[in-house]
Ligand binder design. Structure first.
Ligand SMILES: [Zn+2]
Length: 124
C-alpha cells in the first residue's frame, strides 16, 4: 500500500501546517499528482479519507487531486507535447516509442511529472 503511506505523509504535512498557522481545521486540500508518479489516485483518496478521520484538523478536509497530462520534449526540434490520453508511460531517454507530432523525431524525453505537490490549502 504505497498510496496509504503517501496519504499519511500528506496528513502529517497538513497537521504541521495547521499547527504552524494556528488553524483549527483544514477545509480543502489541492494536490497535484504527477502523471508519472505511479500513484493510483483512487487508492490515495481512499487512504486519505480513512486517515483524516483520526485527526481533528483534517476531519472535514476535502481532497482535490489534479492530474496533469504527461509532457514530453522532443530532442530534435525542442517541441513540447503531451501524451495522448491513456498513454501514461515514462519513456526511456532516447525512446522511439513516442514520435514527435511536429517533426516525427523519435527522440523524446519525459518532462518531470513524477511528484506529489501540495498546491493549495484552505483552512479556518
Ligand atoms: Zn520534434
Amino acid at each position: 500500500m504505497h498510496e496509504l503511506s503517501l496519504a499519511q505523509g500528506l496528513i502529517d504535512q497538513l497537521l504541521a501546517l495547521a499547527d504552524k498557522h494556528q488553524a483549527e481545521k483544514i477545509t480543502k486540500v489541492t494536490v497535484i499528482v504527477g502523471p508519472f508518479s505511479g500513484i493510483v489516485t483512487d487508492s490515495f483518496s481512499f487512504g486519505f479519507d480513512a486517515l483524516k478521520q483520526e485527526q481533528n484538523p483534517t476531519k472535514e478536509s476535502v481532497l482535490v487531486l489534479e492530474t496533469p497530462p504527461p509532457e514530453y520534449t522532443c530532442l530534435q526540434c525542442g517541441n513540447c507535447f503531451t501524451s495522448p490520453a491513456g498513454q501514461v508511460q515514462k519513456p526511456r531517454p532516447f525512446s522511439s516509442t513516442l514520435p514527435c507530432p511536429d517533426c516525427g523525431g523519435a527522440h523524446c524525453t519525459a518532462k518531470g511529472g513524477d511528484e506529489l505537490i501540495l498546491k493549495q490549502l484552505e483552512m479556518e
